[in-house]
Design a protein around this ligand. Structure first.
Ligand code: RIB
Length: 330
């Protein structure tokens, strides 16, 4: 307070009136000058009223900025947040839970007003519980995380998405369909496996564990999964991937093994990233409402900072199936 009073050329009592929003005895110019100094110095006195302690900064934590899906998601979040006058600090965890924990504590120490988390973990750890302890609102985006107290979550209806994709391949006459899944411990991957099983069940095709390969949502894991299926001598005519980057890796491997797409093997991806339109043949895939998901998550966290979020705890947005030439026309 003393520093601010000296820098503004006013008394400590005047600074206190500004901080506590007492109009008497403070002219508009003085108020503006004091507020500017508070903002510029990022001065935060613990007894400031809540509204004065806001940094107008959000933390965004995502697993892989190299994946275009997350790039589009981050862009949507930043765009909405900046429209509302917020700055977004960004952390890329590279699928590391340790890095996720480090970003949570770093952003908290930097007094972000709230955190949007696309988690790499399956179960909350001490750092996730830190958010509740220090009353930092958290919105879960894309992936569920058990054991964390969060404001709200924005997710996709993942199981229905895979149900749609797998049903399309079955309607095309495919009886042996492999599924390249993301990591077992990630909720989106687990939900997509359920959708795959539901579709097989719906059409009375037995589920076979040997037809599911678990990767890590990367191009290379899609490529390696196909090579592994080939080495195991598994014959299949339909391939589903838990995201487009795995599907692109799988397509590369199928071509190297001289399979024709879709004549020999039909392929469906997930995310509808830009490359899915540019690959040869263009990839049939699941469209995520990525921009809507990002903007909704940003809106919820900003509302909760202003203590005004009263919407649903978990929001499930709907996918769309985008058919292109990596699957045969019906
Ligand atoms: O491409 C990355 C995948 O992991 C996306 O499908 C997204 O849903 C995330 O869970």
């Amino acid at each position: 307070m003393d520093d601010i009073a000296r820098m503004a050329g006013v008394s400590k009592a005047t600074v206190s009136r500004v901080v506590n929003e007492i109009p008497e005895g403070v002219g508009p110019e003085t108020r503006a000058r004091v507020l500017k100094i508070i903002e510029d110095t990022n001065y935060r006195a613990v007894n400031f009223p809540k509204q004065m302690q806001r940094s107008k900064t959000l933390g965004l934590i995502i697993p892989d900025i190299g994946n275009p899906f997350f790039g589009e998601l981050a862009k949507a979040i930043e765009s909405y947040a900046s429209e509302q006058g917020y700055t977004v600090l960004f952390g890329n965890t590279d699928f590391s839970i340790e890095k996720e924990s480090k970003y949570i504590s770093t952003f908290s120490a930097k007094k972000v007003d709230g955190i949007i988390l696309v988690t790499t973990a399956q179960k909350a750890n001490e750092s996730h519980k830190y958010l509740k302890k220090y009353n930092i609102p958290c919105v879960l985006l894309d992936r569920l995380l058990s054991g964390i107290e969060y404001t709200a979550g924005v997710f996709l209806n993942n199981s229905y998405a895979l149900f749609m994709a797998c049903s399309l391949l079955i309607k095309h006459g495919n009886k042996t369909i492999v599924f390249l899944s993301g990591p077992k411990n990630i909720s989106t991957a687990a939900e997509r496996v359920l959708g795959y099983k539901d579709a097989l069940n719906q059409y009375h095709i037995p589920f076979e564990e040997r037809l599911v390969k678990y990767g890590d949502y990367t191009f290379d894991s899609g490529y390696q999964s196909v090579m592994e299926l080939e080495r195991e001598g598994i014959q299949f005519t339909g391939l589903l991937a838990s995201n487009d980057t795995m599907a692109l890796g799988a397509m590369q491997a199928l071509k190297e093994l001289s399979y024709r797409i879709p004549e020999d093997i039909e392929v469906i991806g997930f995310d509808n990233i830009g490359f899915s339109l540019l690959c040869d043949p263009p990839l049939t895939t699941i469209q995520q409402p990525t921009i809507e998901m990002g903007r909704k998550a940003a809106a919820i966290i900003i509302d909760s900072v202003n203590r005004s979020y009263s919407g649903p705890k978990n929001i499930r947005l709907q996918p769309k199936l985008v058919t292109r030439r990596s699957t045969r026309a019906l």
